[in-house]
Write a protein that binds this ligand. Sequence first.
Ligand SMILES: C[S@@+](CC[C@H](N)C(=O)[O-])C[C@H]1O[C@@H](n2cnc3c(N)ncnc32)[C@H](O)[C@@H]1O
Length: 250
Amino acid sequence: MTESPPRLSRLVFHGPLSESRADGMVRRLAATRPRSVLDIGCGWAEPLLRLLAAVPDAKGTGIDVNGEDLARARRNAEARGLADRVEFVEESALGTRYGPADVVLCLGASQALSTAEPSTAGALRELRRLVRDGGRVLLGEGFWERPPTEAELSGMWPGARAGDHHDLATLLDLAVEAGFRPEWTETAGPQEWEEFESAYQADLEVWLAGNPLHPLAAETRERLDRHRAQWMSYRGVLGLAYLTLVPVAS
Ligand SMILES: C[S@@+](CC[C@H](N)C(=O)[O-])C[C@H]1O[C@@H](n2cnc3c(N)ncnc32)[C@H](O)[C@@H]1O
C-alpha cells in the first residue's frame, strides 16, 4: 500500500502572505513591546511564533478548533525554544474567556469571533474588547477587489454571495466604527495569492500524480479539481487585507 496523502506541508503561512510582508508586520508589532499576544484562529500559528521570537519577554496564547494544526504549532514552538512562553488552546474563540492582550492577531479567522455573515463588524467589536488600550490588532480579512459577477460567485465556495465581503473602504470604515484607527493598511498581491493557492494544493497534486490507483485517489482528485475551479473564480476578485489597528483609548 502506498502512503496516505500529505496535508498542507508546503504552506509556511495559512494565507496569502509573503516573507517580506510578514517580516514587516512582526517588526511593527514587536516595536510596541507587547507582554501578551493572543492569536484568534491561530492554526499552526506561524506569525504568533515569529512575534514571540522577536519579543523575548512576551507570552502568547493561540486558540483554534483544529487539533491537527495546533499539534503543528506546538511542535514548531518546541523546536524554536518557545514552548514555555506559549499556550495553545483547542476550543472555539467565540466569546472567548482569554484576553485582553497587548497584541491580538486574527488572520483569516474573523468567523471565529462572530457568527454573523459577514462576520467582519462583529469580529471587530470583539477585537476591540480583546485588545488593551495602547496595544495593536492585526486583522487579516477578506474583501472584494471589485464587485463579483453572478457567474464568478456561482463558481466560488458553496452559497457565495456578494454580501459575504465588503470592499476595502467599507472594511476600513467598519474598523474605525469599532473603535480603531488604521496604523497600517496593506493587501495581498497576486504573487502572494498564487504562492498560497499553489502551495495549498501542491503536495496533494504531486501525491495524486504518483498514486492514481490509491483508494483515496478519487476523492482527492475531486477535492483538488473543485478547489482549483473555485480559485479560478475568486482569483483577482477576492482580496485579503492586513490591517494593523490601534485601539482608540477608552
Ligand atoms: C484560514 S485559517 C488561518 C489560520 C491562521 N490564523 C494563519 O493565518 O495561519 C482559519 C483558522 O480559523 C480557525 N477557526 C475557525 N473557526 C474557529 C472558531 N470558532 N474558534 C477558533 N478557531 C476557529 C480554523 O480552524 C483555521 O485554523
